[in-house]
Ligand binder design. Structure first.
Ligand SMILES: [Fe+2]
Length: 287
């Protein structure tokens, strides 16, 4: 047996590729590509990938590319629905135990949401079941975080965001910017959100159908909470009664983010939630 010569085709390919990258000008890229090719080669061997498999994979990738344009990225959808986007987000925003988990922001965030006073409603058209959220912003010691900026955005009672259908909802509907008081509290009036389906009319949707995966996201509200000296928190709160809770196609559900909407008054709901921010380490940059 020759010492130093890899014994399987996949290892030989991986070794040859690695050797060819010895003088690559971009060392970081070379190291990443080397590991990627090695992992793919191993997988091809283990799964006994044949010509038909490879043709099908290339056809799928081509379709994903063709379904993408400036308004819609089928590649982003693929990364989202395979859990990769959520995994990367969790990796780059790891929080200490007890802090509220970070999640993906999703595609419907806008920086220019209307500024709202404590207790004001973000529902401009008033359509939907009223919901009152009492939010407490705290640090890990349980102390209130005053003057935090709380940005909230959500879909309407039909599961549609204002910027998805500008002709059907008033500009800025169901999104707003609040400030926490000295006690770290803020009250947000809104309407109960509805779940919605992610786009499923392209090749990713076709793949999900073949796998029996649902495109339905459970009903939720989005939040982005920033305060001086703390890591910015981008997160969701999910409706505990939504049947899609266990199969979020974007993998954003965390048990710490599931809340109950309690009935109150005539057809309305209320809930309260504590967001716990982690202190920013020196050199932290909000990206
Ligand atoms: Fe959403």
């Amino acid at each position: 047996m020759n010492v130093g010569i890899p014994q399987t085709p996949s290892r030989r390919i991986a070794k040859q590729f690695e050797d060819r990258l010895r003088s690559a000008p971009d060392r970081h890229l070379a190291a990443r590509m080397s590991r990627l090719v090695s992992a793919i080669a191993k997988l091809v061997e283990e799964e006994r990938v044949d010509r038909a498999d490879l043709r099908a994979l290339i056809r799928f990738a081509t379709e994903v590319g063709h379904a993408s344009d400036a308004r819609r990225s089928e590649w982003v959808l693929l990364a989202d629905t395979l859990g990769i986007t959520s995994l990367v987000e969790q990796q780059v925003t790891r929080r200490p135990p007890g802090a509220t988990p970070n999640t993906i922001a999703g595609p419907f965030y806008r920086t220019e949401a209307p500024a709202r006073r404590d207790g004001e409603s973000i529902s401009i058209d008033g359509i939907g079941e009223p919901l009152v959220l009492t939010l407490q912003i705290s640090d890990l010691d349980g102390d209130p975080v005053a003057d935090a900026l709380i940005e909230v955005w959500q879909a309407n009672a039909d599961g549609v965001y204002e910027n998805q259908a500008p002709d059907l909802q008033p500009d800025g509907n169901l999104r707003g910017r609040f400030r926490s008081g000295d006690d770290g509290r803020v009250i947000v009036r809104t309407v109960r959100p509805k779940g919605y389906a992610i786009p499923s009319d392209g090749p990713v949707g076709e793949l999900m159908k073949r796998l029996g995966l649902s495109p339905n996201r459970p009903a939720h509200l989005h939040f982005r909470i920033s305060a001086a000296g703390f890591e910015t928190l981008t997160t969701h709160l999910f409706d505990s009664e939504d049947p899609a809770l266990d199969a979020d196609p974007l993998f954003a559900v965390d048990p710490a983010l599931v809340i109950r909407f309690d009935p109150c008054g005539a057809g309305g709901y209320e809930t309260s939630h504590r967001f716990i921010l982690a202190r920013a380490h020196p050199g932290y940059e909000d990206t």
